[in-house]
Ligand binder design. Structure first.
Ligand code: ADP
Ligand code: ZN
Length: 731
């Protein structure tokens, strides 16, 4: 598929469509011909559907019956490397090609002809009369100077009527302009100068620039504690990439919180990059998609699906916080954006930078095996040093069951409050209490549709299922024994911790950071900004705060339950706890003041807790690697999760049994099948779930065997089979 294939009018070509068909369909090339990679519309029955010219037609049928391609879309054709990428990801994840094409065309209106439309941006005129709604419109436009909104999008974004916005046009407070639908992005200047780098930053930057400049494939782990300047360094690689005239992609996990990052890019290159994530408007999505395809966007920052944009000439992919679990897509196409970045780069001769303070064992192992290079940033930039870490042995604390903050931690927080410094109390659990139990009969309130207990959210005044999102009112009598007023919360969540903090530190200013407490990403950003400015004594937070926010005045981190993550049966439980605890501890002492991290634990002698305290990273990874090698699990063996689900438990169980009995294709490659067993969460949204687990040796042809295996068993219509290659979660 590498040569420029042109088909003259009437030639039979194969068109891959986004419809769930098992193969590309044959069509005649339209007037003027077409070429491989052209995006087209083709007739299918009475409809027109989106497709892509995939190659020569197969023929073998009455040619007079062949229909012609309706039209070629006015967008850049798919590049050969993108076509191979989709095919390879499809084969790796066992995803049918139409679903791959859907993933690669997730922008609205691609089939619409280019046209003008009205867009609304910030004007220079005075606001005639200030109202709350008008102020919000201005605030939103100031917040996103880079985005063009249509009237409807802006109204929805701000939460005002369209008349409010229209009413602000005559005075010039809001600018209404005709604009071609999809504008190029402002130019980023790769030659603008960056910060003066420290010695090890400069060394890393030189190595990465050379890798990018070579325009060949390579992957490098960029390892350094939070604050060591990884971002500063990989922006140098971006500069090199842009100077070469190639495109750069930066993947980030917490996309709602990227405004700080956008500002840094603007500071470095003089303009903001294109953004691609769920918070981006539909109009903007189409613009990004088209501009990435035509070369009108030099740099994209985005969530994992930004990897499937139609880059013209991709030269660099940065995966920031590469260990983050959100890079694995857990619905639809089950891919890992970190791993697929490496594949994509290898197909288009690009550089991959995997940045992390706490790399995944997968990446660690690839470095050991010599597949990835490694660069280290030794210390934090400037005077900051890693915090001092200590365990608080909760067995000696004798707290009542309704209390979660030990006396030692209280004393440490008080010291900080008196000195005017900030403390962070971390608990990785949203809501008020994870379990509500009846003190009379022991009944626990569970979700009606899932095999999960409901979590009390006092802030919302409801019980919520964290599996399906279903909520219900907190009952006053026990649903089981009808006892009145005996329902009690058990265990802590972030809201309950907040209650205790307010009681213990009545004069302190307290802020709670938990994703579900904020109506919008903007409100959350505001709160983070306030905290960073030092306007809070005690921050109470969930996992959200473990990510890269910079709180310069924070000198103490208290981890409420360091054991929480160690309880699961997940093969990565130790790894995740290690990463999370180190990330959280890294929040302390980012400026001049040395920080302290105190971890409350009931098992201070647990090897993972000990490794965290000792700061012995290499030791931890070596031990962890040994254990996984012995068990033959990733990254030293391969795994696939099989999930069967459906409304009828009998059907699901029978289908799973059939699969378990017919494992010939798997036996042939020496793979082992475990299960079937009810999934840890055996019912979600009313569907029963049964799991099997397949384990194979590292080099076994697993996908091939899995597809032959699945094809050998007839599933009842109401049972769905999902295959998860390299599973990250086992729920
Ligand atoms: P990381 O990505 O490793 O967390 P950052 O690149 O965000 O680290 O750097 C942490 C902070 O230190 C940022 O505010 C950054 O601007 C600053 N910084 C890092 N390196 C330098 C440098 N060489 N000169 C000036 N400031 C720097
Ligand atoms: Zn539920």
């Amino acid at each position: 598929m590498t040569q420029d294939h042109h088909f003259t009018k009437g030639t039979l070509v194969a068109v891959l469509t986004t419809e769930p068909l098992d193969r590309p369909l044959d069509y005649k090339a339209p007037e003027g011909g077409c070429q491989i990679g052209d995006f087209v519309q083709v007739p299918l029955g009475p409809r027109k559907v989106l497709g892509c010219v995939w190659g020569k037609g197969r023929g073998g049928f009455d040619l007079s019956k062949a229909r012609a391609i309706s039209n070629i879309l006015d967008v850049a054709p798919m590049t050969p490397d993108m076509m191979s990428f989709l095919a390879r990801v499809g084969a790796y994840t066992l995803t049918p090609m139409p679903a791959m094409l859907r993933l690669a065309t997730r922008a609205p209106g691609l089939v619409d002809p280019p046209s003008m439309r009205k867009v609304y941006t910030l004007g220079t005129g005075e606001m005639p009369r200030e109202t709350d709604a008008r102020r919000r419109v201005i605030a939103a436009l100031k917040d996103t100077p880079n985005l063009a909104f249509t009237l409807k999008e802006l109204a929805e974004h701000v939460g005002v009527g369209t008349a409010v916005i229209k009413g602000m046009v005559p005075s010039g407070a809001v600018l209404e302009q005709d604009s071609p639908r999809d504008l190029e992005f402002p130019h980023l200047d790769p030659h603008a100068s960056g910060k003066t780098l420290s010695d090890d930053q400069a060394a890393a930057s030189t190595a990465l620039r050379a890798a990018v400049a070579s325009e060949t494939y390579s992957t490098t782990l960029l390892k350094g504690v939070t604050g060591s300047g990884k971002t500063e360094v990989y922006l140098e690689a971006v500069a090199e990439c842009l100077a070469k005239g190639r495109q750069a992609l930066v993947l980030l996990p917490e996309i709602a919180l990227t405004s700080e990052f956008l500002d840094r890019v603007e500071e470095r290159f003089g303009a903001k990059p294109a953004e691609w994530h769920s918070g981006v408007t539909m109009t903007e999505r189409r613009r990004v998609w088209k501009m990435v395809g035509s070369g009108g966007a030099q740099m994209v920052i985005g969530a994992r699906s930004a990897l499937f944009l139609p880059y013209r000439n991709l030269g660099l992919i940065v995966v920031d916080e590469e260990h983050d679990t959100s890079y694995k897509q857990e619905e639809g196409v089950l891919y890992n954006a970190r791993d697929m970045s490496v594949l994509r780069a290898s197909l288009c001769s690009a550089t991959v930078v995997l940045a992390s303070a706490t790399p995944s064992l997968e990446t660690w192992a690839n470095v050991e095996a010599g597949k990835y290079k490694r660069l280290d940033l030794q210390s934090r930039y400037g005077p900051a040093v890693m915090p001092e870490m200590k365990a608080l042995d909760m067995r000696t604390e004798k707290l009542p069951a309704t209390r979660f903050i030990s006396d030692q931690l209280v004393a440490a927080v008080n010291e900080r409050v008196e000195r005017g410094e900030q403390s962070l109390l971390f608990i990785n659990r949203r809501g008020y209490a994870p379990v509500t139990i009846c003190r009379a009969c022991g009944f626990q309130i569970a979700c009606d549709h899932c095999d999960a207990r409901m979590v009390e959210h006092r802030f919302l005044k409801r019980l919520m299922c964290h599996q399906c999102g279903e909520t219900k009112e907190m009952p006053t009598t026990c649903p089981s024994c009808k006892a009145e007023g005996r329902l009690a919360p058990v265990g802590p969540g972030v809201e309950r911790l907040a209650e205790e903090v307010i009681e213990k530190f009545p004069d302190a200013k307290v802020a709670v950071l938990s994703s579900d407490l904020f109506g919008s990403a903007r409100a959350l950003k505001e709160q983070i900004k306030l905290i960073a400015n030092g306007d809070t004594d005690i921050v109470i937070g969930t996992q959200l705060v473990a990510k890269g926010h910079n709180f310069p005045n924070l000198t103490l981190v208290g981890v409420i339950d360091a054991d929480l993550g160690l309880q699961g049966s997940d093969l990565r439980a130790a790894e995740r706890t290690f990463q999370l605890m180190r990330q959280v501890a890294g929040r302390a002492g980012r400026a001049e003041k040395r920080g302290t991290a105190l971890m409350q634990t009931y098992q201070p002698e647990h090897p993972v807790i000990r490794a965290i305290l000792a700061g012995d990273e290499e030791g931890f990874w070596k031990t962890e690697a040994e254990e996984r090698k012995m068990a033959g699990v990733p990254p030293y063996g391969r795994m696939a999760g099989i999930i069967l689900s459906g409304p009828d438990l009998g059907d699901v169980t029978r289908a799973a049994g059939d699969l378990a009995r017919n494992t010939m294709p798997l036996q042939k490659i020496g793979a082992m099948v475990f299960g079937p067993a009810p999934a840890p969460i055996a019912r979600v949204r009313g569907k029963h779930r049964v799991r099997l687990l397949v384990k194979a040796e590292k080099n076994a042809p697993l996908q091939n065997a899995l597809s032959r295996w699945a094809a050998g068993v007839r599933l009842p219509k109401n049972v769905r089979l999902q295959i998860d290659i390299d599973p990250q979660s086992f729920w």
